[in-house]
Design a protein around this ligand. Structure first.
Ligand code: NAP
Length: 250
């Protein structure tokens, strides 16, 4: 539809990305949803009328094809939500695996940089645009076993602030949302499919939901175009730090 604002979301097949697709569609955006699991995206397309496209942020050809499809269909992107992310493994550095570190860095750091670079011409084609990066409290806190993931999210902090300097003078806002504990498939992936260990992460505590974070994203991107929400930290009330969570074990 002419005049419709285009929201591109990476990693929209589950968790925060899928919730954001639903809420941004309700807020009036036309959503372009990308992820590797296109079957999951199909359900979203039927639900909110999103455009769905295969995307692997670690694959340069996939990112190029994804952006080309957005350019051909819409000519611009008004909003880019860099949400795709992972954090495989929770081993101390002494036992860390190269594959886990590589997957985490390739997705959370190089993937986010690659997608951003590829979409900048489309964001610049919009009258005003917005980039939202999914950081984490792991972007400024650390915990044992988290070196690979916390390093990647510290990098997202640095990338967000660098982009703010580089894009200064252009009508492109940049926001980093840094959630604490959110109950999604994230922990299942972290524990390599072990759902018992993943469930333990949320035992005796009320975590944030994907919708809580989607709500923050939707709020930040629906402020007037001259208002930039730089950095938003959102935690469950029971989580004082990544490693300090008040649990009700009764
Ligand atoms: P999730 O449910 O596991 O969702 C991750 C999403 O990223 C999935 O849609 C996945 O889709 C996508 N993804 C992973 N690798 C990808 C790749 N190579 N190319 C394209 N998409 C890829 O986890 P979530 O909690 O919603 O995580 C979303 C973001 O929030 C991440 O950046 C995460 O670091 C951040 N975060 C999460 C928490 C938390 O406690 N859950 C806290 C702070 C920050 P496919 O597998 O289908 O490709």
């Amino acid at each position: 539809m002419a005049g419709e604002r285009i929201a591109v979301i990476t990693g929209a097949s589950s968790g925060i990305g899928a919730a954001s697709a639903r809420q941004l569609a309700r807020a009036g955006f036309h959503v372009v949803a990308g992820a590797r699991r296109t079957d999951r995206l199909q359900a979203l397309a039927e639900e909110v009328g999103a455009t769905t496209l295969a995307l692997d942020v670690t694959d340069p050809a996939s990112v190029t094809a994804f952006a080309a499809a957005v350019r051909d269909r819409h000519g611009q992107a008004d909003l880019l939500v860099n949400n795709a992310g992972t954090g495989v493994g929770l081993d101390p550095v002494a036992e860390g695996r190269d594959d886990d570190w590589q997957a985490t860095m390739d997705t959370n750091v190089v993937g986010l940089l690659r997608v951003t670079r590829t979409f900048l011409p489309l964001l610049r084609a919009a009258p005003h645009a917005h980039i939202v990066n999914l950081g984490s409290i792991a972007g400024f806190e650390v915990y044992p076993g988290g070196a690979g993931y916390t390093a990647s999210k510290h990098a997202v902090r640095a990338i967000t602030d660098t982009l703010r300097l580089e894009l200064n003078g252009e009508p492109i806002r940049i926001t980093e949302i840094a959630p604490g504990m959110v109950e999604t498939e994230f922990s299942v992936i972290r524990f390599r499919g072990d759902t018992t260990k993943a469930d333990d992460v949320y035992a005796g505590v009320q975590p944030l939901t994907a919708d809580d974070i989607a709500d923050c994203i939707t709020w930040a991107v629906t402020r007037p175009p001259h208002v930039d929400i730089d950095f938003m930290v959102v935690r469950p009330v029971a989580q004082a730090a990544s490693y300090k969570v008040a649990r009700n074990r009764s």
